[in-house]
Design a protein around this ligand. Structure first.
Ligand SMILES: [Mg+2]
Ligand SMILES: [Zn+2]
Length: 195
């Protein structure tokens, strides 16, 4: 049985950036600190090959705090694309919230604003899409948008699983060692592993 779709809606994997795609270094305030996590390109390629749109959803309040300019965020995103391009894969888009937590915007995770914006832009079926991230707020964001959720144990993931998740009692649908394992889980859960 084929599960490939002939309709015009798209599946997507929404991805947190820092700690999920690249190394978590606190505020990424210089390009010299940007390092892709191992095998991320492989994970993204697996998902791309199965037809998933790959969309990054990232909070970058360091801009509003005056730690670094917006341009640095864009340059970091471009550098991620450039490094992935060498491996033959690219992310479809980046959505960034530049606001402070108390500004009351609709985009800062765990609010689902960036996901809804992306869903509209790319005609994404949220019920067959996923959110992957290393923090509980990524999981909350996914749930708030009606996505299935995966916590990766890179970045803050291990500590979030041990200390934050039991306290808040908000649980991801899946836990994965890293993005590569998350990709495999997504493909299996979507019934696309036998194609
Ligand atoms: Mg993160
Ligand atoms: Zn915002």
């Amino acid at each position: 049985m084929s599960t490939s779709s002939t309709s015009s809606t798209n599946r997507a994997v929404f991805l947190d950036r820092d700690g999920t795609i690249n190394e978590e270094v606190g505020y990424l305030n210089d390009l010299s600190r940007l390092r892709l996590l191992p095998k991320v390109w492989e994970a993204l390629k697996l998902l791309k090959d199965k037809g998933f749109k790959l969309i990054v959803i990232t909070n970058q309040s360091g801009v509003a705090r005056g730690y670094f300019p917006k341009e640095l965020v864009y340059k970091a995103n471009e550098l991620i694309q450039k490094r992935l391009a060498r491996k033959g894969v690219r992310l479809d888009d980046f959505f960034v919230c530049f606001h402070l937590p108390d500004e009351g915007c609709n985009c800062r995770k765990p609010k689902p604003g960036m996901i809804f914006e992306a869903a509209k832009k790319y005609n994404i079926d949220l019920s067959s899409s996923y959110m992957v991230g290393d923090k509980l707020i990524d999981i909350e964001t996914g749930k708030n948008a009606g996505l299935k959720t995966i916590l990766v144990l890179t970045g803050y993931g291990r500590g979030e699983l041990k200390y934050v998740i039991p306290k808040k009692k908000i649980y991801p649908d899946f836990v994965a060692e890293d993005l590569r394992e998350a990709a495999k889980i997504i493909i299996k859960d979507s019934g696309l592993d036998t194609e």
